[in-house]
Design a protein around this ligand. Structure first.
Ligand SMILES: Cc1cc2nc3c(=O)[nH]c(=O)nc-3n(C[C@H](O)[C@H](O)[C@H](O)COP(=O)(O)O)c2cc1C
Length: 157
């Protein structure tokens, strides 16, 4: 299982879709914060989801999630999925993407690469432990993040 990438650009510049739930009930949102590496002897992906996101309860409830990356032509679609909530639009049916089942969760036919992840750990990032300047920048008018660490169990290309 290999994935060669420019890790600092992969999330920040290319963005990704985080999808959680099952094929009959899922939600996805655009993310640009994330990391990849090794933990507990396993290949892992870490993502950060604000507690107010519609995707958040799906992440809390499910055992798997996917992180998928797209060609530049899907940028507009990712921008929509990163500004509209699943509370305002039917992301399951109206995203323009083609859902594909992935080990009990969902990814999309248009993805270049999908990391299928088994949830290992989640933890609220408490503001008290974050540098003051970052708290001002990121949390003055928005909810805190929960960090989700997933073991990468499969890479779909
Ligand atoms: C480029 C980009 C990156 C984003 N990265 C994150 C992120 O890492 N974590 C997060 O909680 N929200 C992030 N967002 C915001 C969510 O994608 C956005 O609030 C989305 O509408 C949430 O959808 P939902 O309510 O259906 O879950 C990002 C948005 C954009 C446009």
């Amino acid at each position: 299982m290999t994935f060669e990438t420019d890790i600092f650009a992969q999330f920040d510049k290319k963005w990704a879709l985080l999808t959680a739930g099952a094929p009959d009930d899922f939600n996805m949102m655009t993310i640009s914060w994330g990391s990849m590496g090794t933990l507990w002897g396993r290949p892992v992906v870490t993502v950060y989801v604000r507690t107010g996101r519609h995707t958040f309860p799906y992440m809390e409830k499910g055992d798997t999630f996917t992180v998928s990356f797209y060609p530049e032509e899907q940028r507009k679609c990712l921008a929509v999925l990163g500004t509209m909530s699943g509370r305002e639009m039917d992301k399951m049916h109206d995203s323009g993407l083609t859902p594909v089942e992935a080990d009990g969760c969902v990814t999309f036919d248009e993805a270049q690469t999908t990391l299928v992840c088994k949830k290992l750990f989640s933890q609220l990032l408490p503001k008290e432990r974050i540098p003051e300047q970052i708290v001002e920048e990121c949390y003055s008018d928005d909810a805190e993040h929960v960090m989700f660490i997933g073991e990468v169990t499969r890479i779909i290309r």
